[in-house]
Design a protein around this ligand. Sequence first.
Ligand code: CP
Length: 362
Amino acid sequence: QRTRATEPAIPAVPPVTGGAPRHLVSIDDVSIEEMHALFAQADRFAASPRTFADTCPGFISASLFYEPSTRTRLSFESAMLRLGGGVLTAAEMTSSSVVKGESLADTIRVVGGGYADVIVLRHPSEGAARLAAEFAPVPVINAGDGSLEHPTQTLCDLYNLHVERGRIEGLDVVLAGDLKYSRTVHSFAFALARFGANIVCVPQPGFELPEYLVERLHEEFGVEPIRADARRLGDLAANSDAVYLTPQKPHQLSLFTDARGWEVQQVDAVYMTRPQTERYSGNEMSATQYLRLEKRAMAAESLRDAVVMHPLPRRDEISADVDADPRSIYFKQAARGVPIRMAILGWLLGRIDLGVERPAPM
Ligand code: CP
């Protein structure tokens, strides 16, 4: 009796079943329950990152980056490799057929049409990820679209609060710096509001939270704008306007415009951002004028128990002598980008069941 020399290998991985792919374009695409489940999954990955290579074998992610990146692209690729999958990288889209005039839609159709099982897209145009999702037969993950959103950075930031503070609900979080163009701040503000955290905005003067965003916070979360006199948050807000959002009931938003006499509360986290100079037109501001968190500001009573966060890259807005402070977590924050993105990839590829019912489309 003849026997076959080799049996075809039957993959342990079930085929991806039909149905519309689940995209991650906005932080609004993830429910609070799903976020908690992703954090729990990321905890497992973080505890033992080298033991999950059987999660996504045979799956391929494509990194399509029309803008520079270090953390987002490399942490996504590290995450996919740790899950046992493979990666296609187009880190420099000027070497792709984009220069021949190919549209984003066509690029997405091609890459999603058999080359890759998930697309991680960074693009300078606001709404690019949403457009890509309309044409993609596979999940699209927004890795930053213009100054609009950066939802996986927000999941990373929230995960850091989850790890460092054990909760997000009710925390007092300072958002500082360029709140106008920072997409990480925009996604983060919505998520914090949904969790019922309090948001203290300390913008670089002239770079306040965009009005459309404040209006959305008002319409969707009942945050009432209260424009009040200026307040000061330690040294951080000197000469700066501040927006104070309390999305807990009663919802409240205050714009502070005078730096005198604010007895601030203790805050739980300070989230610093760099000037997004690549989005500035002309001489909107020179980086030397920018808000700066220095060691002496860390002595402020309001920051006594605060963790210092930054999505990075950093320029001069956090001085190097703050790095050694145990409250500075920005490098840990970047490292935690890998386990949370492992959770995101496994989930969107259908390889991890979060045990949460998919919310009905809005
Ligand atoms: N935080 C962040 O998006 O960093 P990169 O631009 O290096 O990806």
